[in-house]
Design a protein around this ligand. Structure first.
Ligand SMILES: [Zn+2]
Length: 91
């Protein structure tokens, strides 16, 4: 499957949030922690194994909430992205 990199930025203030490796096309509804490339603070979350250890995804600049921690199929941690709070661009 083809993958590409996406930069996610805050929909409110434009601050860079993270870089993500996405497989396939389509909307970004779930963002899997193990595919976050940057920054290190978020990429390091893939070492967590419980949803309760993962903080909400916030804009570092204006604190807008971008995503909620979730567990996908009971094992894989992800963020459920909040529609309309972020912008994405291909890298
Ligand atoms: Zn912001």
């Amino acid at each position: 499957m083809a993958s590409r990199h996406l930069d996610i930025s805050c929909g409110k203030c434009g601050e860079f949030i993270l870089r993500y490796r996405k497989d396939g096309s389509g909307q970004l509804i779930r963002l899997y922690l193990d595919k976050i490339q940057e920054p290190k603070s978020l990429a390091g979350l893939k070492s967590k194994n419980k949803k309760s250890q993962v903080p909400s995804l916030l804009c570092p600049e204006c604190n807008l909430q971008i995503g909620h921690p979730m567990e996908h199929e009971k094992s894989r941690l992800a963020y459920r992205m909040i529609k309309g709070t972020f912008k994405k661009s291909s890298v």
